[in-house]
Every structure is written in structure tokens, then in C-alpha cells.
Design a binder for this molecule. Structure first.
Ligand code: GDP
Ligand code: MG
Length: 424
């Protein structure tokens, strides 16, 4: 597990002050909204596959995980366990043979339920970050030393970085001064919320995989092992195939048989083309070939799933840089998006991962998974505040529906535990 928290064992720390990651904040509609606006298809709410298929896939995946026993991945067992668990859960919740027809209000209910789900799954972070702040702010009703100390402790405990914590406090002070507000617990809380919202809104979603006139749109997905790259690729690909786009998945992690199998299963499931290389073959060479195949087959969107750690002495960062270059050689301008997947449960390690990956490839967007069940979700604020790379998608669970466009306003509402269920 420790291993997953280490950004890249192959790579030295990045140079201090490396700010490749710093990009101007953009405010655009999210990936899926734009994608689906173009194709006039709503984001589907139904599960990936029918229950029987799901069970079959889960079984195959569990087998694949077992078959990969030679891979000394710390996550190997987890993979097997999770798929095993999923299978059990699925059979317990078996759907009736005939699906009831969706009612007109179904879409609205789905949105409501997503907001509730988001709010519920952010409960641990909310508890740590916001839980007792009303009490803290009520102490003296002023932003005095004691209040600041308590606030710092709460933020840092939720994995908000020190720099971000300081900026939140500075913003609060400035806001109180600027508006000449009378202090008091409620005012402090309001000002605090505004400071958080400022951070969230500053970096709105910026991911725009579109189809291109001439040739495929290429999305490369990077991140350390276990963060959720492959499942995230599958979830995005599913949206693309549902929208009628010819989609290809490329298994860039050639060193882990289980990783290749896992992606292949997802490709079958989501109706994507699939390209894999020989075991331990050169990932960049594979990607070069895959791009040629994608062009030849008229593929519209390609997702390149990459390794999170190499089983050789060569450096993962070098390999990713090389993949980026060869992809560009085949398809000028590609990869059109490179997304870095971060696991919220690793807390501030995620910050280090952004630094390291940004030094190797141009990261256009972040995907933060596993915001469910962690009190460390404050790291999302730090990442936004420190790098200004748009958070594209967030994951709050393993189900296909648990990966959504990041909506700053909705996230703030959920984080603050708002009751309003119409925030979608
Ligand atoms: P990879 O090594 O980066 O490709 O990671 P995987 O895609 O194999 O995912 C590792 C595990 O994390 C899988 O069991 C996923 O189901 C799980 N996972 C991915 N996203 C989320 C999420 O948002 N929440 C939770 N709880 N689990 C997730
Ligand atoms: Mg993977």
C-alpha cells in the first residue's frame, strides 16, 4: 500500500520550482456535457452491463488477477478482492428480468440522487474539514490567533497543504477587511466558505475530448498504480461508445499481465477496439503501432492506459515522455489530452505526484478518484490551489456512475452538506 503512495520509485524528486504544471485556469463546461451536447445523448445512468455479464466479467477479472500472481504488485490482492466483492454484491442486488420503463421524472431523480450520493460520500472529508468549524468560529467570533490555530489544525488534518491553508486564512482576513464585516461565528463561517469556493471555482473542468475531422482524438491516462486509471479509462470509454463514437483502448502497461487482461475485459464490455503488445514489450513502440491502427480503422477516440510503475530499471517518466513523442509522430497534435489520475486517499502524496508527472508529460486535467470513504479529500483543494490544473472528473465509488464531471459549485454544496438536491 505504501508503494502506491510513492509517486514513482523509478524517478528522483523533481527540481524544486518546477512549474510545468502551472497553467491558466479555464472555465468550460465539462467533458461529458460537451461530448454529449455534440451527440445529443444524455449521460447514461444505467449500469455498464447487465447483471449476468457483470458477474461473468467480474469472474474473469478475478481469474486474471489470480493469474497475475507473478506480478509483485501490492495492489494485486486488492484487485482480486474488489472484483470478488463486486460479484457478490451484484448477485445480491439482482435486477428483475424486465426493466421498468423510465418515467419522465427519472432524469431529475437521477440528478438528485447523484448530488445526494456525492454529499453522502464526501461525509468523511466534510466531517474533518468542516465538522467542528462552526464551534471553532464561535469561540471568540474573531479571526484571532486561537481561532486561526484551530482552523489550521482542521485543514491540515484533512490534507489541505500548508500553503493552501495559509492562503485560505489570508483570503478570509482580506475578505473581512475589505467588506468591513462585523465578525461573529456565522460571518467567519461564511467567509471561510467563500474562500473554499474561490479555490474550487478558480479551476473549473477543462477536459474536452472531441472527435476530429481527420483522425482520432487521443487521450492518454497516467498515474501511479492503483489510483484508478484503468477503471477510469473504461468509464470514459463507455460514455464514448454510448455516444456512438468508435473507441479504442490501448494497454500501455505491458509489464503487468493483469493490467492488460483487465483492460481487455473492459474493452469487450464497453464495445471498444483493443490493442495490446507482447508481455514486457516496449510500451512506446506499442503505442506507435496502436496509433497507426487507430488511423487505419477509422477510430474516433483512443484511450491510452499507461503503467504506474515499471518492473525494469528504466524510468517510468522517461517512458511516458517517449510515448507522448511517438504518439505525436503518428498523429500530429496528439495526445490531445493527458489526464493524471490521483487517489484522494493518498492525501498529500497526490501533490507530489502532480509535480513528478508534470515534469514528464503535459498534464491537461486531473481525475481525482476515491473521494468516498476518505477524510483526506482536502487534498483536492490543495491540488487546485497549487497547480491550477483543471479537475476534470471525480470518482466517489467503483460503480460506473460514480465517476462524474467535476462541478465546483455542486462540489462546494456537497462539501458543506447542503440540503439542496438540485445542484446537478
Ligand atoms: P490503476 O492501477 O490505476 O489502473 O487502478 P485500477 O483502475 O485498477 O483501480 C484500482 C482499484 O480502485 C479498483 O478496484 C477500482 O475499482 C478502485 N476505484 C477506482 N476509482 C474508485 C473510486 O472513485 N472509489 C473507490 N472506492 N474505488 C475506486
Ligand atoms: Mg491499470
Amino acid at each position: 500500500m505504501n508503494d502506491q503512495q510513492t509517486p514513482d520509485p523509478n524517478q528522483p524528486e523533481p527540481e524544486p520550482g518546477d512549474s510545468d504544471a502551472a497553467q491558466p485556469a479555464r472555465r468550460k463546461p465539462g467533458f461529458f456535457s460537451r461530448l454529449f451536447a455534440a451527440t445529443n445523448t444524455e449521460v447514461p445512468q444505467e449500469p455498464l452491463a447487465d447483471e449476468a455479464e457483470e458477474a461473468e466479467v467480474a469472474e474473469a477479472a478475478a481469474e486474471a488477477a489470480e493469474a497475475a500472481a507473478e506480478a509483485e504488485e501490492p495492489k494485486r490482492g486488492v484487485f482480486g478482492r474488489i472484483f470478488g466483492k463486486k460479484k457478490k454484491d451484484d448477485s445480491a442486488a439482482e435486477a428483475p428480468a424486465e426493466e421498468p420503463q423510465p418515467e419522465p421524472a427519472a432524469e431529475f431523480r437521477a440528478k438528485k440522487s447523484w448530488f445526494r450520493r456525492l454529499r453522502d460520500r464526501l461525509a468523511a472529508t466534510r466531517q474533518g474539514l468542516i465538522g467542528n468549524l462552526r464551534a471553532v468560529f464561535g469561540l471568540s467570533g474573531k479571526l484571532d490567533e486561537e481561532t486561526i490555530e484551530e482552523l489550521e489544525a482542521a485543514l491540515i488534518q484533512s490534507d489541505v497543504a500548508v500553503e493552501t491553508t495559509q492562503r485560505i486564512i489570508e483570503r478570509m482576513k482580506a475578505s473581512i477587511k475589505r467588506r468591513d464585516r462585523k465578525e461573529g461565528g456565522e460571518v467567519l463561517f461564511e467567509v471561510f466558505r467563500e474562500a473554499i469556493e474561490d479555490i474550487l471555482v478558480n479551476s473549473a473542468p477543462g477536459f474536452a475530448p472531441k472527435t476530429r475531422e481527420s483522425g482520432p482524438y487521443v487521450v492518454m491516462v497516467v498515474g501511479v498504480n492503483g489510483v484508478g486509471k484503468t477503471t477510469t479509462v473504461a468509464k470514459m470509454a463507455k460514455r464514448c461508445t454510448d455516444a456512438g463514437l468508435k473507441t479504442m483502448l490501448v494497454a500501455g502497461d505491458t509489464f503487468r499481465a493483469a493490467a492488460v487482461e483487465q483492460l481487455e475485459i473492459w474493452a469487450r464490455r464497453t464495445g471498444c477496439e483493443f490493442v495490446r503488445g507482447a508481455h514486457e514489450s516496449d510500451a512506446a513502440a506499442l503505442c506507435y503501432d496502436a496509433m497507426a491502427q487507430a488511423k487505419a480503422r477509422g477510430v474516433q477516440v483512443v484511450f491510452v492506459d499507461t503503467a504506474g510503475r515499471l518492473h525494469t530499471k528504466s524510468s517510468l517518466m522517461d517512458e511516458l515522455g517517449k510515448i507522448e513523442r511517438v504518439v505525436k509522430r503518428q498523429i500530429p497534435g496528439a495526445p490531445h489530452e493527458t489526464l493524471l489520475v490521483l487517489d484522494a486517499t493518498t492525501g498529500q502524496n497526490a501533490i507530489q505526484q502532480v509535480r513528478i508527472f508534470s515534469s514528464a508529460v503535459k498534464i491537461g486535467g486531473l481525475i481525482m478518484t476515491k473521494l468516498d470513504g476518505t477524510a483526506r479529500g482536502g487534498v483536492l483543494l490543495s491540488v487546485l490551489d497549487m497547480f491550477r490544473i483543471p479537475i476534470t472528473l471525480i470518482g466517489v465509488g467503483e460503480a460506473v456512475d460514480d465517476l462524474r464531471d467535476f462541478d465546483p459549485e455542486q462540489y462546494a454544496a456537497a462539501l458543506f452538506g447542503e440540503d439542496d438536491a438540485e445542484k446537478d
